[in-house]
Design a protein. Structure first.
Ligand SMILES: [Mg+2]
Length: 212
């Protein structure tokens, strides 16, 4: 009997590369800088505001568009345009594992598409994914909002039960499960949670190795 195909939806940041390379921290520093400069706030005030936005809207970006009148493109460009070479190197093992994983692979990220393409190139895993869905695809309303999951399933003609989200953010995994998708949580700290007993991995390669 032919095995039904699985569609894999990969997050990008801190899922396809580890957090200790400094890239994510640089992006985060830039978000804080943009908030501080444009709202004339201290770092402490910015952190508080970002937490509030995360809680209310799921992302700092969406909160800042709704409540601070930020221009989405200006904000995203400031946060994502900088040299990536110092942070990343080619990952042939990751490329091998991704290529060997059966089923269609997509990128489902809250980052802009140009940044995603750059990261994939520097990791040496470009050309593997059938389609790349960045934050513009979702009109800036990305994970963990329900609409983004519904849209990506529709665009890729995927059944939720045959779809798997792989993400480092627990809230994104929980939303996926809530909307009927399966999820794999990549958590470097291996935060124990019985719900995730069999689907919790510290790195993307440890998960992919497990599939072969
Ligand atoms: Mg991530």
């Amino acid at each position: 009997m032919k095995q039904e195909q699985i569609n894999w939806f990969f997050d990008l940041d801190k899922t396809l590369y580890p957090s200790n390379n400094g890239l994510y921290q640089e992006g985060n520093r830039r978000i804080n800088e943009f908030f501080k400069t444009n709202l004339n706030k201290t770092l402490k005030e910015v952190n508080k505001l970002r937490l509030y936005f995360m809680h209310k809207y799921g992302t700092s970006l969406l909160g800042s568009i709704k409540e601070c009148n930020f221009d989405a493109k200006e904000f995203l460009d400031y946060v994502h345009i900088f040299p990536k070479e110092p942070f990343l190197k080619k990952e042939p093992a990751l490329r091998y594992f991704l290529n060997t994983l059966p089923g269609k692979k997509y990128i489902f990220s809250n980052a802009p598409k140009s940044y995603i393409n750059e990261i994939l190139y520097h990791l040496g895993i470009d050309g593997i994914f059938s389609q790349i869905y960045g934050i513009e695809s979702f009109k800036y309303i990305g994970k963990p909002n329900k609409s983004s999951y519904a849209q990506i399933l529709r665009w890729t003609n995927s059944l939720p039960s045959k779809s798997v989200l792989i993400d480092d953010m627990k809230i994104n995994c929980l939303s996926a499960e809530k909307f009927g998708l399966n999820s794999i949580w990549i958590d470097e700290n291996l935060t124990y949670n019985s719900y995730y007993e069999d689907i919790l991995f510290t790195t993307i390669t440890s998960f992919l190795e497990n599939q072969l």
